[in-house]
Design a protein around this ligand. Sequence first.
Ligand code: NAG
Ligand code: NAG
Ligand code: NAG
Ligand code: NAG
Ligand code: NAG
Ligand code: NAG
Ligand code: NAG
Ligand code: NAG
Ligand code: NAG
Ligand code: NAG
Ligand code: NAG
Ligand code: NAG
Length: 422
Amino acid sequence: MYQRAAFVLFLACGIVFQLCHGVEVQVKDQESKLCLYANLMVNFSVSYDIAGNKSATAEFVLPTAVTTVGSECDAKSSLLKLNFGEGHSWSVNFTNDNQVYQADSITFTYNLSDTALFPDSLNNDTKTSTVKPHITKVGLDTCYSCKSNDMLEDVSVNQTLFDVLIQAFVNNGSKSEQITSCAADTPSTVGPTTHAPTTHAPTTHAPTTHTTATPTTTPTTTPTPTLPSPTTGKYSLKLDNSSTVCLLADFGLRISLKQGDKYEEMNFEPNGTTVTGSCGVNSSELVLVSNTMNISFTFLNDTKKFRLHALNVTGKTSSGAAFSEANSSLSLWEAGVGSSYMCNKEQNYTITGLLTIYTFDLRVQPFGVKKDNFSTAHECSMDDTSILIPIIVGAALAGLILIVVIAYVIGRRKTYVGYQTL
Ligand SMILES: *[C@@H]1O[C@H](CO)[C@@H](O)[C@H](O)[C@H]1NC(C)=O
Ligand SMILES: *[C@@H]1O[C@H](CO)[C@@H](O)[C@H](O)[C@H]1NC(C)=O
Ligand SMILES: *[C@@H]1O[C@H](CO)[C@@H](O)[C@H](O)[C@H]1NC(C)=O
Ligand SMILES: *[C@@H]1O[C@H](CO)[C@@H](O)[C@H](O)[C@H]1NC(C)=O
Ligand SMILES: *[C@@H]1O[C@H](CO)[C@@H](O)[C@H](O)[C@H]1NC(C)=O
Ligand SMILES: *[C@@H]1O[C@H](CO)[C@@H](O)[C@H](O)[C@H]1NC(C)=O
Ligand SMILES: *[C@@H]1O[C@H](CO)[C@@H](O)[C@H](O)[C@H]1NC(C)=O
Ligand SMILES: *[C@@H]1O[C@H](CO)[C@@H](O)[C@H](O)[C@H]1NC(C)=O
Ligand SMILES: *[C@@H]1O[C@H](CO)[C@@H](O)[C@H](O)[C@H]1NC(C)=O
Ligand SMILES: *[C@@H]1O[C@H](CO)[C@@H](O)[C@H](O)[C@H]1NC(C)=O
Ligand SMILES: *[C@@H]1O[C@H](CO)[C@@H](O)[C@H](O)[C@H]1NC(C)=O
Ligand SMILES: *[C@@H]1O[C@H](CO)[C@@H](O)[C@H](O)[C@H]1NC(C)=O
């Protein structure tokens, strides 16, 4: 099963290599329609002061664990903000003139207190570097693509953008198939005649449709495997005062919280948890309050499908430090309205740069619960055993048939040969 998954991934990477190592994010507007898409890589080189009148250079890449909190989409201007690590962020500001759009500025904010990135830094401030990117004259309703390196220099920060695929001002919720390539990617014809970027249909970097709408799913955590599996909680909500169950959720939950360069893992204890929330037509909320944590899950009904849209976890760590981590641009646990989402395997989801959640024996149905029971499950791809079993049975049957056929052929030949010698 794992092999099969790996194989599919390998195929996808072979064809669309650039999608497999970049940081992919999707920003949704108030109607939860896609309004800004980006898949890119950024390398940073930052010089900072250390003791003895010297300076050090930190080199790092934009991690895949980013959140898009703070991103905004408007008709005329948009902001892509990627937050990562200990209070670092990288944002790009877009504007359009109804025909083309451009990136006005890239603002990189970095926190020199982060000793993991900036060891021995004398300064502990948060600094900002603003540069003007070379993303201009991108046709509206096209994706900007630039595989070439684009180095942007500032006083103490150099950043290199590469394998960039961006669409701002996405029209009506779906990313365009049209590409506007940067000049550096277009093989130079005779002389630098026009600087206008060329627009053409996508060739290799057409996005595969099975990329999930999750901002991030690749955690960078290194867990301590000492914690026992969390107890599976069974939670349900009733519609107003009636006895009708309108929301069902079963899962074991563990959270992992990044603190400095360490991770603290905590199991969510269902015993003694109070369950509140609301069931709506378009949105349902489940709020769990335990001794150690408050968690709220917001699910959206998007006409035909539901998904976990927002998650807010607040609580205290074992050392007593308060934390509050929230992300309201998630697209997890998607399934058709009227069915349930199920994932028995342990799964991990990066919610913010600091928070990763692990789920065990997950099954949720936030809409259309009938007769207080879960409806048909849409299983996550990790639970492929349901598909695998028929394949194994089919293969076994085919093998059996083959053996019978061979046995028959051999049998016939033997009889034939027998007659001959007689
Ligand atoms: C980006 O950084 C990584 C790791 O430091 C390095 O392997 C890669 O060559 C860099 N790429 C560019 C284009 O600078
Ligand atoms: C940025 O690049 C320039 C030119 O390559 C180089 O001189 C400078 O040292 C670099 N700065 C950093 C912080 O890497
Ligand atoms: C640090 O540099 C400044 C000027 O660049 C100089 O005046 C000072 O003596 C230096 N200090 C040390 C400890 O080297
Ligand atoms: C900067 O990093 C320090 C140490 O990791 C952290 O305590 C602080 O909250 C960070 N600042 C911001 C603005 O996130
Ligand atoms: C975009 O950048 C321009 C110029 O740097 C600035 O004036 C404007 O406020 C920015 N817009 C947003 C939404 O950040
Ligand atoms: C930052 O540096 C100042 C002065 O060097 C110091 O007083 C302050 O405690 C430091 N703050 C943190 C969070 O380390
Ligand atoms: C936008 O998409 C919706 C459904 O996805 C469709 O009903 C509507 O006609 C579209 N509007 C435009 C302007 O394309
Ligand atoms: C629920 O019950 C309370 C008291 O029993 C009543 O005041 C309230 O109106 C009821 N709400 C609904 C939606 O029926
Ligand atoms: C739940 O907690 C109560 C009181 O702390 C305890 O008596 C009970 O056995 C617990 N139940 C389970 C299933 O752990
Ligand atoms: C989901 O939303 C659609 C349209 O917004 C609505 O017709 C449908 O009744 C909703 N489903 C549930 C179970 O609330
Ligand atoms: C998360 O929940 C806490 C406490 O319930 C609240 O103070 C905070 O504003 C919430 N954050 C978001 C982003 O909703
Ligand atoms: C998160 O899940 C992926 C597979 O979905 C797995 O490869 C990875 O090891 C998991 N990470 C952690 C920290 O458990």
